[in-house]
Design a protein around this ligand. Structure first.
Ligand code: TYD
Length: 133
């Protein structure tokens, strides 16, 4: 599966709207971990790395930010700014999060527990591994 925007159900209600995701309904993987990124100072960039195995789904629960993906050859930018869709990122994509708005909240779910050994933090190393696949 390629990186893709996944639209989530939107339960419209005068009392306030509700959205959700679950596996296998919306997500292509079972969730093992949830984390979030918040209080990002203006101009900061998070997450310049790739994962060997981990897949992720990222939602802008509040505010907006961009996710920039690189497959080793070309770059693609996804702007996330609504809480009723998110970006699915397969393993082996270099990804960074940038252009955070004030008070933005990035929710990230992953199919794996935290494992520093799954990170590729060097872009040249990432390209070498990706091109060898
Ligand atoms: P990191 O994934 O490098 O942050 P980002 O990709 O957003 O720039 O994580 C920063 C640190 O936080 C990392 O060194 C260890 C810790 N951490 C955990 O302990 N558990 C987690 O689930 C995550 C995502 C990070």
């Amino acid at each position: 599966m390629n990186p893709s925007i996944i639209d989530l159900p939107k339960i419209l209600d005068k009392r306030g709207n509700l959205s959700f995701f679950e596996h296998p309904g919306q997500l292509p993987f079972e969730i093992a971990r949830t984390y979030w990124i918040y209080d990002v100072p203006g101009g900061e960039v998070r997450g310049s790395h790739a994962f060997k195995k981990q897949q992720e789904f990222i939602i802008a629960l509040s505010g907006s930010f961009d996710v920039v993906l690189n497959d080793g050859e070309k770059e693609e930018r996804f702007s996330l700014n609504r809480s009723y869709y998110g970006l699915y990122i397969p393993n082996m994509y270099w990804r960074k999060l940038e252009n955070f708005s004030t008070n933005s909240l990035a929710l990230i779910v992953s199919d794996r527990l935290y494992d520093e050994g799954d990170y590729i933090r060097d872009f040249e190393q990432f390209k070498n591994i990706k091109n060898a696949i």
